[in-house]
Design a protein around this ligand. Structure first.
Ligand SMILES: Cc1c2[nH]c(c1CCC(=O)O)Cc1[nH]c(c(CCC(=O)O)c1C)Cc1[nH]c(c(CCC(=O)O)c1C)Cc1[nH]c(c(C)c1CCC(=O)O)C2
Length: 344
C-alpha cells in the first residue's frame, strides 16, 4: 500500500481500489451542528471571517463522517469583498454585491496585492486546520475562477443565465477583460497565501463555465485557469490543483492537459462512462453523484454510487457529488453513500 493521504495519492495519479471521498458543501446547512455554529457567529460572512468558528465548521463533517479531505470553510465571493466591492447575503435568497458596469466602478477596486489584510482570517483558519485535522485528512483550499466570480460582480447577484456578464463581455470587452485580469491576479495571490498557510491542494470553482461557448470558453474559462495554475505551480512546485469547469460538456475533454490541472471535477450532466473514456484518460477525475440522491436516498443512491465507483475504477478517481449538497439533504444519506463507497 502506498504512503500518504488517499486524496493526494489520487491527485498524483494513483488508482485505488477504494477511492478517497469528500463532498462539495460538506460543511453546510443540512448539518444541525453547522446551523448551531452559524447562529453563534451571527451570519454567514461573520462565520467566514471568524477563524475559530470557520475551522470548527470545517471539522464538523470530518468528525461526523471521516471524509478523506476537509475543504476550507469560506466563500468564492470573499475575493470581491477583499477587492472592495460591497458584499452581503440575503437569507433565503443568496449573495448581493455592488455592481461593476463602468470604468468608474472598476476604478474603485483595490489592487491585487491589497487584499491580504482583509483575507488574513482565512489564512488563520487554514493554519488552525493544518494543526487540528487528523493526519490522514487532506486540506483543500479554494477560490472561484475569474469568470464565475465576475458574473456575480457584474450583476451584483446570482443570475440564471449570467446575462449581465455576457452583456458586458460583448458591450465593453476591454472593461470585462480588465476585470477578469484583476481577478486572475488577485486569485493567484490569494491561493498562494492559502498554500503558505497549509492548504495541500487547491480547487478552482468555475460554476458558470458552461455558459461560455467555443472561443469565449477558451478565452475566459480555460485561459485564466491555465494562467493561475502555471503561476501557482511555479511558486509552489508540486501543489496539485483541481479544476471544476461546471457543465463544460464536450469542453471537459482535454481541459486537464490544456490548463495543467491535476484533476478535473465533473458535474452530473455527464455520465461516468463518458467521463472515464474522455476525461479520466488524461488523469484524475472527481465526481459525480447527483446531489439529489442526498435528499432521496434509498436503493437508487446505493445503485448510482456503485455505478460511479465501478465506471471510474480503472484510473485515479476522487468520489464526490456533481455539485454542492443542498440544505434539504438527510445526513443519514451521506453515511449511506460513504458506506457504499468504502464497503462495496
Ligand atoms: C457560486 C459559489 C458560491 N460559493 C461557492 C460557489 C461555487 C460552488 C457552487 O457552484 O456552489 C463555493 C463555496 N461556498 C461555500 C464553500 C465552503 C466549502 C464547502 O463546504 O464546500 C465553498 C467552496 C460555503 C457556503 N456558501 C454559502 C453557504 C450557505 C450560507 C448559509 O449558511 O446561509 C455556504 C455553506 C452561500 C453562497 N455562496 C455563494 C452563493 C450563490 C451562495 C448562496 C446560495 C446558497 O445559500 O447555497 C457563492
Amino acid at each position: 500500500m502506498a504512503e500518504g493521504k488517499k486524496l493526494l495519492r489520487a491527485l498524483a495519479g494513483e488508482t485505488q481500489a477504494i477511492p478517497p471521498i469528500w463532498m462539495m458543501r460538506q460543511a453546510g446547512r443540512y448539518l444541525p451542528e453547522y446551523r448551531a455554529t452559524r447562529a453563534q457567529a451571527g451570519d454567514f460572512l461573520s462565520l467566514c471571517y471568524n477563524p475559530d468558528l470557520a475551522a470548527e465548521v470545517t471539522l464538523q463533517p470530518i468528525r461526523r463522517y471521516g471524509f478523506d479531505a476537509a475543504i476550507l470553510f469560506a466563500d468564492i465571493l470573499l475575493i470581491p469583498d477583499a477587492l472592495g466591492a460591497d458584499l452581503w447575503f440575503v437569507t433565503g435568497e443568496g449573495p448581493r454585491l455592488s455592481t461593476i458596469t463602468s470604468e468608474a466602478d472598476f476604478g474603485k477596486l483595490k489592487g491585487k496585492d491589497d487584499i491580504h489584510d482583509h483575507l488574513a482570517p482565512v489564512y488563520e483558519t487554514l493554519r488552525i486546520l493544518s494543526r487540528e485535522l487528523p493526519s490522514e485528512t487532506a486540506l483543500i483550499g479554494f477560490a472561484g475562477a475569474p469568470w464565475t466570480v465576475a458574473t456575480y460582480m457584474i450583476a451584483g447577484r446570482g443570475t440564471p443565465d449570467q446575462g449581465p456578464a455576457h452583456a458586458l463581455r460583448e458591450g465593453n470587452t476591454a472593461l470585462f477583460e480588465a476585470l477578469l485580469d484583476r481577478l486572475t491576479e488577485a486569485t493567484i495571490e490569494y491561493l498562494s497565501c492559502q498554500v503558505e498557510a497549509g492548504a495541500e491542494t487547491l480547487k478552482l470553482f468555475d460554476s458558470w463555465a458552461g455558459s461560455l461557448k467555443g472561443e469565449a470558453f477558451t478565452k475566459y474559462a480555460l485561459e485564466p485557469t491555465k494562467r493561475i495554475i502555471a503561476e501557482l505551480k511555479s511558486r509552489h512546485p508540486g501543489v496539485p490543483i483541481i479544476a471544476f469547469p461546471r457543465e463544460a460538456g464536450e469542453a471537459y475533454v482535454g481541459f486537464a492537459k490544456a490548463t495543467g490541472a491535476d484533476c478535473v471535477a465533473l458535474d452530473n450532466s455527464v455520465s461516468p462512462e463518458w467521463g472515464a473514456e474522455n476525461v479520466q484518460v488524461d488523469g484524475c477525475v472527481q465526481g459525480n453523484l447527483a446531489s439529489s440522491h442526498m435528499v432521496t436516498g434509498g436503493q437508487a443512491l446505493v445503485d448510482e454510487t456503485r455505478h460511479i465507483v465501478e465506471a471510474f475504477s480503472k484510473g485515479p478517481h476522487i468520489f464526490n457529488l456533481g455539485h454542492g449538497i443542498t440544505p434539504d439533504a438527510d445526513p443519514d444519506n451521506v453515511s449511506l453513500m460513504i458506506e457504499t463507497v468504502r464497503g462495496g
